[in-house]
Design a protein around this ligand. Structure first.
Ligand SMILES: *[C@@H]1O[C@H](CO)[C@@H](O)[C@H](O)[C@H]1NC(C)=O
Ligand SMILES: *[C@@H]1O[C@H](CO)[C@@H](O)[C@H](O)[C@H]1NC(C)=O
Ligand SMILES: *[C@@H]1O[C@H](CO)[C@@H](O)[C@H](O)[C@H]1NC(C)=O
Ligand SMILES: *[C@@H]1O[C@H](CO)[C@@H](O)[C@H](O)[C@H]1NC(C)=O
Ligand SMILES: *[C@@H]1O[C@H](CO)[C@@H](O)[C@H](O)[C@H]1NC(C)=O
Ligand SMILES: *[C@@H]1O[C@H](CO)[C@@H](O)[C@H](O)[C@H]1NC(C)=O
Ligand SMILES: *[C@@H]1O[C@H](CO)[C@@H](O)[C@H](O)[C@H]1NC(C)=O
Length: 304
């Protein structure tokens, strides 16, 4: 498994005090699927809380498969035994895979985070979060955040790779927020010929109940830390209950590509000589110029 955890922020859930706790959390969170166990409170065996969680585990995998965007939230019971849950499948997952993933998620998380009142677990096709705090779910905060970095490094012209990956992730976030009612987008960017990798691929998604602006703001919060977390890495994912993104040098997508970026100009090439004769820009030339300017701008925003 080439992925490791870079940072672990389960907002409002995990307050890691002792270094021993850090070690334990990092160790148990290292392997896929990635889970984050809350530390705020436990429930007991055969409690009402456990029964409510069981009701969710029985209903949510079925319910989500009939929801339009493969997204479901539910609140069961009354405080102090109230459990609220959120489940989201990736925009390119089908209903069968979604439902199956969630059923496994409920089983796995109750083993990994046994008797925890709050937990999040992430798979490639689905994510599940539950909490005793209904306010946390209603607040739409991007709780349960975790970052995973692909340990393989870009060795040839990493600056160029980083800029193009950042431009792609940003364009994918734009598309997910503003161009998709499902708040999901997939992307692919050319890296040009002769480089270490021909292309970089991306995914960005929010829960579909976020407004476009709120979705883009949620993703911006993750993307702002992209250079700090993933610079020089061939892949990375920043996961949260409300929004997430990922990039890789191989295609990990199941559906069509929605965002495409052309290769940026080679960083080693000299500035193009001014054109001789009348300069009538073709639409293609204008688009290419915009996308290369965009990638440089994004890099500076992210790197600062
Ligand atoms: C929950 O249970 C775990 C394991 O039994 C224990 O280490 C932890 O202190 C408990 N947390 C609370 C808040 O009671
Ligand atoms: C919980 O219920 C199961 C099945 O009824 C029983 O076997 C188990 O002993 C109970 N556990 C506790 C701690 O009450
Ligand atoms: C599942 O769907 C049924 C039918 O729409 C609904 O009555 C039930 O409350 C839902 N359960 C959960 C946990 O979302
Ligand atoms: C649903 O997705 C899974 C996993 O990608 C795939 O194996 C399965 O064939 C798909 N089912 C349908 C009905 O498309
Ligand atoms: C519940 O969540 C809200 C919003 O995230 C937070 O402000 C509040 O402190 C939480 N309450 C508890 C008891 O953790
Ligand atoms: C990649 O770079 C990081 C940071 O410089 C380093 O810790 C890691 O060992 C490198 N990975 C490989 C596979 O060389
Ligand atoms: C939205 O989709 C249209 C048509 O495919 C495309 O031209 C436009 O650039 C997209 N907007 C964003 C923000 O990605």
């Amino acid at each position: 498994m080439p992925y490791t955890q870079t940072h672990n922020t389960m907002s409002h859930l995990v307050v890691v005090v002792a270094s021993l706790a850090v070690v334990l959390l990092a160790r148990c969170a290292a392997a896929y699927p990635w889970h984050l166990c809350g530390t705020a409170a436990n429930f007991t065996a055969n409690s009402t809380y456990q029964a409510n969680l069981g009701l969710l585990a029985a209903a949510l995998p079925k319910n989500i498969s009939s929801s339009r965007h493969l997204f479901a939230t539910a609140v069961v019971g009354a405080a102090p035994d109230q459990v609220s849950a959120l489940a989201l499948c990736r925009g390119d997952a089908n209903a069968t895979a979604c439902s199956g993933c969630l059923a496994v998620a409920f089983q796995d998380v109750q083993n990994q985070c046994a008797y925890d009142k709050d937990a999040a677990i992430y798979y490639d096709p689905c994510a599940l979060y539950y909490s005793s705090n209904a306010t946390s779910l209603a607040s739409m905060d991007n709780v349960g955040r975790t970052n995973r970095v692909n340990n393989q490094n870009v060795t040839s012209d990493p600056g160029r790779f980083n800029r193009q990956a950042a431009a792609l992730v940003s364009a994918t976030a734009d598309y997910a927020a503003y161009n998709s009612t499902r708040r999901y987008a997939s992307g692919e960017a050319d890296l040009g010929v002769g480089g270490q990798f021909p292309r970089v691929y991306s995914w960005a998604q929010c829960t579909p109940d976020l407004t476009p602006a709120r979705c883009r703001g949620c993703l911006a919060g993750l993307i702002a830390k992209m250079s700090r977390r993933f610079t020089g890495s061939v892949g990375g994912r920043s996961l949260g209950v409300r929004c997430s993104y990922r990039y890789e040098t191989y295609s990990f997508l199941d559906g069509p590509v929605m965002v495409r970026l052309a290769a940026p100009p080679s960083s080693a090439a000299p500035a193009p000589a001014p054109a001789v004769g009348p300069t009538v820009p073709t639409p293609g030339a204008v688009a290419g110029g915009e996308s290369s300017y965009y990638s440089i701008l994004i890099f500076h925003l992210v790197a600062s």
